[in-house]
Design a protein around this ligand. Structure first.
Ligand SMILES: [Zn+2]
Length: 432
């Protein structure tokens, strides 16, 4: 971008044409910076600037970076979805927002900022949930970039794009670029729905889920996190009544830490610390602006390469580890045949003959490769347990105490669904 434009933000026509001068160095002719077979020239520039429609999910820490990068590399028809409003704590890193914007929708403020700052770029915001939109909406895009901090939203977006693929219609395949950060760590990946591994295929790479089943917390704690949840979810309300935990109050955290430590000693569990207590209670995902910048930049470079075919794109997983020096690693994550979204085969699960339905549900919630909150279970025509509607929950509740082996035969299939996920998981159960 021309320096004068940087300084005053007031682009006149000549700045406007200069804006993509450096990008054009890459796009005008094949060269050392591009793939030898790259079909450079006006056609590519025309596609990038006049035809390519890109959707950004999330206008937070990653989203702000992504929007700025896309606009400055020449994407001109950008859409953004975000369901949040701006909080004062966002301002240190979400640089499209100012103190006057606190309380306003992120998507709308971000779109206005980019359009004012980079004339000629159109950003269409949607303030709401990704689930509000239907297949036709998603079909209009050439590419989707996710910059989210929610596993649930990513799973939904991933499954939606996989389901969208119609083998008869190549246009229905929408590459998904997913970025994520946590402290000094991050990852960027390119998902070609149904072709490469999908988000669901690699679910077990995530850190531990933060939601724990209540009966584990109450009766059979095994992890330090279970003890901390016991202190905050069960003991705090019992002792303090209606008073809410203030996660910024050191006295409150101290109380939870003491109570959780005592519980951990009773069950011989190690690892309850002050910082873990604070982490579990606040459910903190620490955000570092510069990690977001690295990951967002990687995602946008991939978007640029895919949109222009100027160079080979990521195949398919880039990992950044900044906790111990700087280490990055790129590998091809493999598709899982038993992936509930893109695999088609049932997942095998081996459980004890003695396990109750409730125990199985706990396991589904906890297992790294499944992580289904509030699963409903059925087998063939039989409702094993349904979380909703209330009448069905009540009717199936007695099954929670029953053994799975009484309800399903060895090698039988159980279908697992959850209202938050647009797919079902098929389990083949064997008993030991
Ligand atoms: Zn998959």
């Amino acid at each position: 971008m021309a320096e004068s434009t940087m300084a005053n933000g007031n682009a006149n026509t000549s700045d406007w044409q200069d804006r993509y001068y450096h990008v054009d160095q890459v796009l005008d002719r094949p060269g050392p910076r591009t793939d030898p077979s790259f079909a450079a020239g006006e056609g590519v520039k025309d596609f990038l600037r006049n035809k390519c429609k890109i959707l950004v999910i999330g206008a937070g820490g990653l989203g702000c970076e992504i929007l700025a990068n896309l606009a400055l590399t020449g994407f001109k028809d950008i859409h953004v979805i975000d369901m949040d409003t701006i909080d004062i704590s966002n301002l240190n890193r979400q640089f499209l927002f100012r103190p006057k914007d606190v309380g306003k929708p992120k998507a709308i403020v971000a779109a206005e900022f980019i359009m004012k700052r980079v004339p000629g770029v159109k950003v269409t915001p949607y303030y709401g949930k990704i689930q509000d939109k239907d297949d036709d909406y998603y079909l209009q895009f050439n590419l989707v970039i996710c910059g989210l901090d929610s596993v649930e939203a990513r799973r939904w977006m991933n499954a939606t794009l996989v389901n969208l693929v119609d083998p008869e219609n190549p246009e229905s395949l929408k590459p998904l670029i997913d970025g994520g950060t946590e402290g000094f760590k991050g990852q960027a990946r390119v998902i070609l729905p149904t072709i490469s591994s999908c988000y669901e295929c690699s679910l077990d790479m995530l850190n531990k889920p933060t939601a724990f089943p209540i009966c584990t917390i109450a009766n059979t704690p095994r992890l330090p996190e279970h003890c901390i949840e016991w202190a905050s979810v069960l003991e705090w309300p019992r002792v303090h009544g209606d008073k809410k935990v203030d996660t910024d109050d050191p006295e409150h955290i101290g109380w939870l830490f003491q109570v959780a430590s005592k519980r951990a000693r009773e069950f011989n569990i190690e690892g309850v610390t002050w910082s873990l207590t604070q982490g579990v209670v606040k459910n903190i995902i620490p955000a570092i602006a510069s990690t977001n910048a690295i990951i967002a930049a990687s995602c946008c470079n991939e978007a640029f390469k895919i949109a222009t075919s100027s160079a080979a794109y990521l195949d398919n997983y880039f990992m950044l580890i900044g906790t111990d020096g700087v280490y990055s690693y790129t590998f091809q994550y493999e598709k899982r045949d038993d992936c509930p979204v893109c695999g088609g085969e049932s997942m095998d699960i081996s459980i004890s003959k003695e396990w109750t339905v409730e125990r199985l549900i706990d396991t589904l919630t906890e297992r790294q490769d499944i992580q289904i909150k509030k699963p409903s279970l059925s087998s063939g025509d039989m409702h094993i347990y349904f979380q909703a509607p209330p009448q069905l929950e009540q009717a199936t509740r007695p099954n929670l105490e029953k053994k799975v082996s009484e309800l399903v035969k060895d090698g039988g299939e159980i279908t697992v669904t959850a209202t938050t996920l647009p797919f079902s998981l098929s389990l083949r159960v064997t008993f030991t």
